[in-house]
Design a protein around this ligand. Sequence first.
Ligand code: ADP
Ligand code: MG
Length: 239
Amino acid sequence: MADLKLTDVRKTFGAVDVIKGVDLDIRAGEFIVFVGPSGCGKSTLLRLIAGLEEITGGTFTIDGQVVNGLPPAKRGIAMVFQSYALYPHMTVYENMAFGMKLAKAGKDDVDRRVRRAAEMLQLTQYLDRLPKQLSGGQRQRVAIGRAITRDPKVFLFDEPLSNLDAALRVATRIEIARLHESMPTTTMIYVTHDQVEAMTLADRIVVLNGGRVEQVGTPMELYHHPDNLFVAGFIGSPA
Ligand code: ADP
Ligand code: MG
């Protein structure tokens, strides 16, 4: 379980303010989607939560504990990127087991977790293949499976479907929705600039603009009651 709380979180690169004071309360098990135009800070905010970048102002807590300086491996957070960086010379099984072996998990434990993740993502029959013998969608599922095996409290996705063609995008989106249902206590934060993904996946959507939060709400709240024209334009409501 992991409740996340961001309080006036800021990030500057040199003299450039990229994240300009973000407050967010995310409950354990929620599926949160960050949307906003290119360059508004979605990936940066995700990287701050993952610990891949250090925040330059404000506070970030997980379950009430300040984790501002905590390294990524100690946060219980796993991240899936847009380009699935699989090891080309390793099988699907080895790719999924690799992180856990580094963490010195026992062989039986590794095996159990890999097979469970493979089952969840319908990859069982592909465990002996190499990445080049898979479709793009299957490869992305392996990347997700690799994250699942680490049993994260929080799952971060940065535009995981953007390199897939339209049909695979829909199929993988449905897979991610099922994953959320099968991991009801795992908090998920998902970045996209695709309104359909946001509307169909999110418990709540966070609309970002220029490093700030414009509005937070359920898809229906944002659709029917956008706070301003920017949100209306982005969510696609007629307001
Ligand atoms: P998004 O994911 O919403 O497209 P990003 O978080 O990638 O946006 O980037 C937000 C802004 O921060 C952009 O203007 C980008 O150029 C800037 N930025 C991101 N990372 C760095 C960095 N390491 N150094 C300098 N500027 C950065
Ligand atoms: Mg981005």
